[in-house]
Each structure stands twice: as structure tokens, then as C-alpha cells.
Design a protein around this ligand. Structure first.
Ligand SMILES: CSCCC(=O)C(=O)COP(=O)(O)O
Ligand SMILES: [Mg+2]
Length: 235
């Protein structure tokens, strides 16, 4: 362990660019949802959560067709609740049909299993909806990894660039912020988490072309995070 004195007891994980390649999210998941938005809305608009999401979209762009608004939000990769809810519901159908499965970097499942076996608490914080997070971790090549996690947090707890969101996650987990290590590829998210008192480490994935931050420690994969923060390695 270099520099750090007390190893974390909780690891909080981002998804895109941290445990899953950006290309999987942008070239597989997003197009899958985009191609099905119209049909999904036509057949689910009467469901209360979808009706509420459509009303939120209408507030954003009054009078516009919801599919148009969703396309515009997707074009700028907006991390907003109604889009993430609808994407998650479309992915749920894809996972259920066997058309989608999760893609993770190869060391992720073995490292998470080792951390869990050693008693570390694991949690997820992603812009993807809680439902989508559970689907992804429920359909990995190593099987269903959802039992490894004590919490799945999405932007309903707050934005990922807001320090208050990380303080709220610490409270929800019943832990001190300083006991939590947050892993993300995004510098603005790491800055917000550090401001809330969490330990942070940036994942700089070669496949994603992540630019290393000068402000935070960084590592190329989860095994290197383990080495740096005194966490267990897979056997
Ligand atoms: C099944 S998770 C989908 C990920 C997603 O929708 C997204 O916007 C990625 O955001 P992240 O916060 O994980 O970088
Ligand atoms: Mg990310």
C-alpha cells in the first residue's frame, strides 16, 4: 500500500469506463434502447412510472414528441431520470429475451468476488437506473453478481458531480465517508466524492482512452486499485 494508511471498508463503483468499457455502453446498450424507444412508449405509456417519465419529458420540451426529446437527450448523453428509467426498462426486455448480456473488463468479477469474500462492502453508483445496474451485474459471464452488493445508487440520490450525493450515499450505507473508496473514470465525479471526504481512485482504462487526472490517484484496473489501497487480490 502506498500513501494510504487505513484501507477502505466499502468500495463504491461507477459502471461506464470503470467496470464496463465505454464502447459497450455507447455501441451496444444505447443503440439497443434508441431503436426501441417508439415501440416501447407506444406499448407502455399507460404504466404509472412511464407516464410520469413522459410528463417530465414534456416539462423539459413542452409539446414535443417524447421520442424526439429522448433522441435529443441521448445525442448529448444527458444523464436525466426519465431517459435513464426508459432505457433501463427497454434493456430489461433485452436481458429477459437473451438479446443483451453484460460486458465487464476481465479482472472485474474475480476482484469483486475476492473483495466480497474478504468482507468488503460493495456498492454501485451510476447514472444508469438502479434497475439497469441490477440487470447488468445480474447477467455477467461469471453469473449473477448482484448478491455481492449492499447497495445500488442512481441519480435519484443526486447528481454524480455533487458532493452532497456522496454524503447521502455514505449515510444510506451507515458508513463514514472516509471509510469509502469511490472508483470512477470521471474526474468531476472523483472531485465531488473527494470533497465529501471519500477516498477516490480514477480508473484509467487503455481501451477507453481515459485521460489521467493530475488531481487524483489512478490505476489501470481493479487489481492495481487493490495493490494501491491494501485490498485483497483474487487467488
Ligand atoms: C446498465 S448501466 C448503464 C450505464 C448508463 O446508462 C450510463 O449513463 C453510464 O453512466 P455511469 O455513471 O456509469 O458512467
Ligand atoms: Mg463512468
Amino acid at each position: 500500500m502506498s500513501g494510504e494508511t487505513v484501507p477502505p471498508s466499502v468500495v463504491l463503483l461507477d459502471i461506464e469506463g470503470t467496470v464496463s468499457p465505454i464502447s459497450f455502453v455507447h455501441d451496444v446498450l444505447f443503440p439497443y434502447a434508441r431503436a426501441r424507444l417508439g415501440a416501447f412508449i407506444a406499448s407502455h405509456s399507460g404504466e404509472p412510472d412511464i407516464a410520469a417519465a413522459l410528463a417530465e419529458l414534456d416539462d423539459m420540451t413542452p409539446g414535443a414528441q417524447p421520442v424526439q426529446t429522448l433522441h435529443a437527450l441521448m445525442d448529448r448523453d444527458a444523464k436525466v431520470g426519465p431517459l435513464k428509467l426508459i432505457q433501463g426498462r427497454i434493456w430489461a426486455e433485452g436481458f429477459a429475451a437473451g438479446a443483451l448480456s453484460g460486458r465487464f473488463y476481465p479482472e472485474v468479477a474475480p476482484v469483486l468476488l475476492a473483495w466480497h469474500a474478504a468482507g468488503l462492502a460493495l456498492a454501485v453508483y451510476s447514472s444508469g437506473s438502479e434497475e439497469a445496474q441490477r440487470l447488468l451485474f445480474g447477467h455477467t459471464e461469471a453469473g449473477d453478481l448482484t448478491p455481492l452488493f449492499v447497495g445500488f445508487f442512481d441519480t435519484r440520490i443526486g447528481g454524480k458531480r455533487e458532493a452532497a450525493s456522496y454524503a447521502a450515499i455514505a449515510r444510506a450505507l451507515g458508513r463514514q465517508p472516509a471509510a469509502i473508496l469511490f472508483l470512477s473514470d470521471a474526474e468531476a465525479e472523483l472531485a465531488a466524492a473527494a470533497k465529501a471526504g471519500l477516498m477516490v481512485c480514477q480508473l484509467v482504462r487503455a481501451e477507453d482512452g481515459t485521460a489521467p487526472s493530475a488531481a487524483h490517484p489512478h490505476a489501470p484496473d481493479l487489481a492495481s486499485v487493490a495493490a494501491r489501497f491494501g485490498l485483497p487480490q483474487p487467488s
